[in-house]
Design a protein around this ligand. Structure first.
Ligand SMILES: [Zn+2]
Length: 265
């Protein structure tokens, strides 16, 4: 695929492999990108590989995959679990406590894992549910095995703390804009404050080309809004980092991660 020729635009006539990654990133954010299916698929592959490379570099450097806020929450959940299970001195030595932690981690993931390598999405949710269960919290018990509850919480947080602020940065009346998007695309007739009502359970859907995928209404809404925000951001000439800082939303780019900001999940 990398030796195919770009059929349009600034790099017309060049091989895919000759197109700089900055252009590929820009291209992927365009509304019409999926029309150029070969280049779009190639772009997805290249950007996915780049993300994986970055994550590997993070891991090799011994940097936590999850944000500092996630880490804090995890350790406090672990302390609660230890209290409830009596994994404390004098009943347990420090080494025994550490063995309990490794065993619980092994049970959750099916293989030994360093907590540094755990991502802050479904892996974090899984471990969190188990620790809450150990600490005797019913909520964790309900969530154990019900991934959609974790997804819903994270997606709603993203909407309120990031997306809404970004829409407000670029749109004079964000509420009207969001109402319209919900009505047109999701047939929700009340105002945007009812996005909590969107179904967070994944269902099987089909793309225009007939292939199947799994997504919830809520996820589709958040992704649609992401794409719209990208278009607004590009029109304004902002980077993602610039947009989030201007909007007052938390940024999780590599630079910001280093300086200890991050979302709380
Ligand atoms: Zn940033």
């Amino acid at each position: 695929m990398s030796s195919q020729i770009v059929p349009f635009g600034k790099y017309q006539g060049k091989k895919f492999v000759e197109v700089p990654i900055s252009y590929l990133r820009w291209f992927r954010d365009q509304d019409w990108a999926e029309k150029w299916k070969d280049l779009y698929d190639y772009t997805e592959d290249v950007l996915r590989a780049e993300t994986e490379r970055k994550l590997k570099a993070f891991q090799n450097a011994g940097i936590w995959m999850m944000s500092p806020a996630h880490q804090k929450l995890l350790w406090s959940l672990w302390r609660n679990a230890c209290d409830a299970q009596m994994w404390r001195s004098p009943a347990c030595t420090l080494e025994e406590v550490e063995q309990h932690r490794k065993r619980v981690t092994l049970e959750v993931f099916g293989s030994p894992r360093s907590w540094k390598s755990i991502n802050q999405k479904e892996e974090f949710d899984k471990l969190k549910s188990r620790l809450e269960l150990l600490a005797g919290k019913v909520q964790g018990g309900i969530e154990d095995g019900h991934r959609e509850y974790g997804d819903q919480r994270r997606l709603l947080w993203k909407f309120h703390e990031v997306q809404y602020k970004c829409v407000a940065l670029y749109m004079p009346s964000p509420d009207k804009y969001l109402d319209r998007l919900l009505k047109e695309r999701f047939k929700v007739v009340r105002d945007w404050t009812c996005i909590e009502d969107l179904d967070a359970r994944p269902t099987i859907r089909t793309r225009k080309d007939g292939t199947a995928y799994e997504a919830s209404d809520l996820l589709l809404f958040i992704e649609t809004l992401d794409a719209r925000i990208n278009v607004m951001r590009n029109a304004a000439g902002d980077t993602i980092h610039e947009m989030k800082i201007k909007a007052g939303a938390p940024c999780v780019c590599v630079e910001c991660k280093k300086s200890n900001t991050g979302d709380p999940f």
